[in-house]
Each structure stands twice: as C-alpha cells, then as structure tokens.
Design a protein around this ligand. Structure first.
Ligand code: MLT
Ligand code: ZN
Length: 458
C-alpha cells in the first residue's frame, strides 16, 4: 500500500481540493458517537463523477483505502478511516441535477442534503419525505439505508431510491435501476448499493421518488400509563387503517429530558407523538379517531394542533432528543442501539431493554419509531467512570441480541458501521459470508471502506 504515492497523484488531478491540512484531517476523523478520533491521510473534494472515477483508478493502482463522507452524522462510525487512506468528501457534489414534477422524481448528487432538496422543491408542490432528523446528505442516507420518523408512511431509503450512478473500486462508472416505476430487469443492484455503506462502490448520483406536499398536517401528543398501553394503541391505530405520517415513542425518562430542553409541557409518563398528512378534514378526522383509540388504552393529556409553529416545535423536540439526553449529562458521550422487531414484540422488547438499563450502573433513555417496531436505547458514558463504556457497550450488545431473539434486526436505520459489526455473524449466519463474496467480487483489493459491514479488514 503506497498511500503517499496515491496522494501525490491525486494532487495532480485535484490540486488544492486534495488536502492534508490538520483541520481537515481532524474534522473527517471525528465521530458523533463514542468512537475515538481516526483521521484519514488526506481528504479529497471531487466536483464530478469523472473526478471520483479518477480517484478510484489512482487508489486502486496503489491499494489505497477510500472512505466516503457526507455530513458526518453517523452514530456508528461509518466514515472513520480505520485503515487510513483517502476520505472522499462529497460536499462539493451538491447539485440537484433534475426535477420532474410530472413523474414525481428527481436526480441529485450525493452531497445534496435533505433540507436543501426540500427547500428547492417547495415551489413544485412536491417533497422528499424520508426524515432521519439530522440534516444528513442524501448520499449518506442512501449508503446507510436511512429512514427516521416518517418511514411508517413513506418507507425508508430502500423504498425511495429508484436508481443510482456508482463508481466502482476500479473506477468504472455504472448506472443501476430506472426511472420507470417498476422493473423486473435483472438483479436489483440499486437495492444492493443502497445500504452498502460505501463498501461496494461510491454513489455519485441518486434518482429519488418524490411525493405531493400534503394540503394539511396535524400533530398530536398523548401520555400513557405504560409502554404496553402506548404500543397497543399504535397497533390498533395501524390495524384500523388510520394513516399516520409519523408515530414516535418517548419513554418516561426521555419525555422528562425532552420537556426540560424544549419547554413543551409533557407529563411524567411514556408518550406518543403523532402526525397526520392529508386534507383539512381528513387530518382533523384522523386526529380525532386516534384520540379515541388512545383513550381506549388509557391515554391522557391528548392534545393536537395543526398550527405550523406548534408542530415544528414538537418535531424539533423529538429530533433533538438524542442531544437532549446528552445535554442532561454534560461532558458525557453515548452508545445508541437501533433494534427493530416485529411490532407485536415491541412492548416486550422495550420493557426488557428498560429492565436491563435499570439493573445497570449506566443511565439510559428509550425512544423510537414505534410504528416500525424500531427503538433506540441511548446509553450514557461518563468519561470519569471508565467502567461505564464497557458496561454501556455490553448493554447495547445484549439489547441487540434480544431483538434477534424476537426475530428482529440489530439495526433498523443507523446501519452497521463499526458499532454493530460484531453482531453481523449472529444476525446473518451463512448469509454474511455471501455478503463477503459480493464484497470480494466488487472490491477484490478491499479498498472501499475497509473494516465495515463484512469485516474484510487489512
Ligand atoms: C433518532 O431517532 O433520533 C435518531 O435515529 C438518533 C437516535 O436517537 O439514536
Ligand atoms: Zn431513529
């Protein structure tokens, strides 16, 4: 491996858009979670697919590792260059290349963020619905198969990516998928690269499905005596066909920190936060019907609003929940679980997770995308208590294993990165070795995000 030679040749192609400055290396070596800083050897800022292709040709000629970077919001250390090499930062590939209102789709470069796309789409009456909370790049969201609070209605990135342009490890550029709404043509390579975490190729264009902006939106909040009551209310709401655009759970501990950080009045109890998209009449009706279901399961303190400022405050509070839990423990970092189970198992899974937290020395909060059976435990690590890190990681591992025992998955939306890698064999068995076979076919030198997903490290 001659990284130095690769850097020399990349500088000839990219000029000052190939940098080894300390500030750039430090920025791209950071993680938003508990992983130690791991800077790359250089950061490249390509402006075009052709430049990405040249980067890959040079890096494959020199066996140099390549890690893609979007906005750095991964909670699982996806973008950490654990074998060194080149970090390819896509922030300069941030153009919306095409919007088709008739076909309700668009094509973007990977550095376009979710918010930038939605700002641009405002005048068209369309929007891109997948909302992980953070203003992540669409390249990063595609690479991790992200979802978030709206998946219960609009699906995940898997359901909303129609096609891709991908630069392979050897520099070849391929196109996957089609703009047609359905296709039975061959293997679904779009699905393969969506969620591959940059281990099989670098995504340079994404064709996305768009939706019509709802005419009206209403949001509701409701307290429950127990997790089981809240989850049963969700199951009944889904079974009755009441169309929710978001339905989120906060346990009692999360509700308390969210209340403290936002100033929004919440009872000392588990809560559901809900949103409905539709017409003025349908959203009012949906909220009323949901209120009736909630009441059936002992829901109290039911409030709903269609005022944009109240709705924004509610979702701002929810999307900031992870940071609010950390703010309640100054100087601490966190380990996050991302288990997802069949919804019939969700109340049990959350109660088991709460019991594990209560029996441990580590403070913890549980919240999640309850309509999808996806829940996060946010476990706090105090740097002054070194034993906390090991305890939090062991707890997180146990919670992921519990999800597998309930026929669920270790990650519903955050991806594998580094944090969930040790559980891949347990979840997938022989299917994990097939993933390794695919990796070896597409990246025989193991230069694309080595040490992630399939653990072909070194
Ligand atoms: C969320 O749901 O807020 C995000 O996935 C981050 C998290 O809380 O783990
Ligand atoms: Zn989440």
């Amino acid at each position: 491996m001659t990284i130095a030679q690769a850097i020399t040749e990349l500088t000839q192609v990219l000029g000052d858009r190939l940098t080894t400055s300390k500030s750039d290396l430090d920025l791209h070596g950071q993680s938003e979670a508990y992983f130690p800083p791991t800077p790359p050897d250089a950061v490249a800022y390509p402006r075009s697919t052709e430049e990405v292709s040249q980067i890959m040709r040079i890096c494959s000629a020199h066996d140099c590792p390549v890690v893609a970077w979007g906005t750095g919001t991964s909670l699982e250390g996806h973008a950490l260059a654990i074998n060194g090499g080149i970090c390819v930062d896509f922030t300069k590939m941030d153009k919306i290349l095409r919007v088709s209102p008739e076909d309700m789709d668009c094509t973007v470069q990977p550095g376009v963020t979710r918010e930038a796309l939605n700002t641009d789409l405002r005048a068209t009456g369309l929007f891109f619905p997948v909302d992980p909370g953070a203003n992540a790049s669409l390249g990063g969201m595609t690479s991790t198969r992200a979802s978030g609070t709206t998946a219960v209605r609009y699906g995940t990135m898997r359901d909303n990516v129609m096609g891709l342009e991908v630069v392979l490890a050897d520099g070849r550029v391929i196109r996957t998928g089609t703009r047609a709404r359905k296709s039975s043509s061959g293997y679904d390579l779009t699905a393969l690269f969506t969620g591959a975490e940059g281990t099989l190729g670098l995504i340079t264009e994404i064709t996305l499905r768009l939706r019509g902006q709802p005419e009206a939106i209403s949001a509701a909040v409701c307290a429950f005596d127990s997790t089981e009551d809240a989850v049963n209310a969700v199951i009944t709401t889904i079974q009755m066909g009441i169309p929710m655009a978001r339905i989120e759970f906060l346990d009692k501990a999360s509700a308390a920190v969210c209340k403290a950080q936002s100033g929004i009045e919440l009872a000392e109890a588990p809560h559901l936060l809900v949103e409905f998209h539709g017409s003025e009449t349908s959203t009012a009706e949906d909220a009323t019907r949901f209120g009736e279901v909630a009441e059936e399961f002992g829901g109290t303190d039911f409030r709903w609003s269609s005022k944009p400022e109240e709705r924004s405050a509610l979702w701002e509070m929810r999307h900031r929940a992870y940071w609010s839990t950390l703010a309640a423990h100054p100087g601490c970092t966190g380990v996050t679980t991302d288990a997802c189970v069949p919804i019939s198992q969700l109340a049990r899974a959350i109660e088991d997770a709460r019991k594990l937290i209560d029996d441990s020395p580590v403070p913890g909060y549980i919240l999640g995308h309850v309509g999808d059976g996806n829940y996060h435990s946010l476990l706090i690590i105090d740097p002054n208590k070194p034993e906390d890190k090991a305890a939090a990681k062991a707890l997180a591992k146990r919670m992921s294993e519990q999800a597998l025992e309930l026929q669920g998955t270790i990650t519903g939306e955050h991806g594998i990165g580094m944090g969930k890698l040790p559980l891949m064999a347990e979840q997938h068995g022989d299917a994990w070795s097939v993933m390794g076979d695919l990796k070896r076919t597409l990246d025989p030198q193991n230069i694309l995000n080595p040490g992630k997903v399939v653990q072909q490290n070194g």
